[in-house]
Ligand binder design. Structure first.
Ligand code: E4P
Length: 219
């Protein structure tokens, strides 16, 4: 299972990378805006800065929603660095754009996916990654994790090469359940990754070991 961090914050990306378990980064226009990044030059420079931190797979989202615009923007984004994966929304022109980029050997991440039907279309078009947003489904009382299981089953039936990139992951249980269900990748905030470290028995066990060691050493 791969771990991507879902942020445009360079410090958080560095911290996750330093942990040694990071496989990639996802961003979206809201995350870029949160870091105060806007304007073509600044956006390009920021994506480059992210690519300079990690080994591969940096999702950079197009803003255009028409076919020609997505192709133009996606090509520009892909030129920034070989690590860029062009993120395309799940809309009609987006499917056409994914098909085009697939034929050009440019990797894509199909975003804003909320149904199995959308997942089938994206895989048929040749998306490299598919981003079902599980937290946002939970927010409206649909079971986001159930969708991950459904897509994993369908993709297995047909040996689709598209990787399931579970997105909108809000907590550690989301991540663990995604692992059980067979998601290829999970993208989440840093606190979800570091949250996996925590267990009170680890803390109390370590404190006891250190206390016993100190006692035996006569300290
Ligand atoms: C994925 O690529 C999206 O950036 C992200 O996971 C959305 O998460 P949110 O629903 O917490 O905003």
């Amino acid at each position: 299972m791969k771990f991507f961090i879902d942020t445009a914050n360079l410090e958080e990306i560095r911290e996750a990378y330093d942990l040694g378990v990071l496989d990639g980064v996802t961003t979206n226009p809201s995350l870029m805006a949160k870091e105060g990044i806007s304007g073509e030059e600044k956006v390009r420079a920021h994506y480059k800065a992210i690519c300079d931190i990690v080994d591969d797979k940096v999702s950079a989202e197009v803003i255009a929603t028409d076919y020609a615009g997505m192709i133009r923007e996606g090509k520009e984004l892909a030129k920034i660095d070989d690590k860029i994966v062009v993120k395309i929304p799940m809309i009609k022109d987006g499917i056409k754009a994914i098909k085009y980029f697939h034929s050009e050997g440019i990797r894509t991440n199909c975003t804003l996916v909320f149904s199995a039907g959308q997942a089938i279309l994206a895989a048929k078009a040749g998306a490299s990654y598919l981003s079902p947003f599980i937290g946002r489904l939970d927010d409206i009382s649909f079971d986001g994790l159930e969708l991950i299981g459904q897509i994993a089953h369908i993709y297995q039936n047909y040996d689709f090469e598209t990787e399931i990139l579970a997105a909108s992951v809000r907590h550690t249980m989301h991540l663990i359940k995604c692992a059980e269900l067979g998601a290829d990748v999970v993208t989440c905030p840093l606190k979800v990754i570091t949250g996996l470290l925590k267990h009170p028995l680890t803390d109390s066990g370590l404190a006891q070991f250190l206390a016993d060691h100190a006692k035996a050493a006569g300290k």
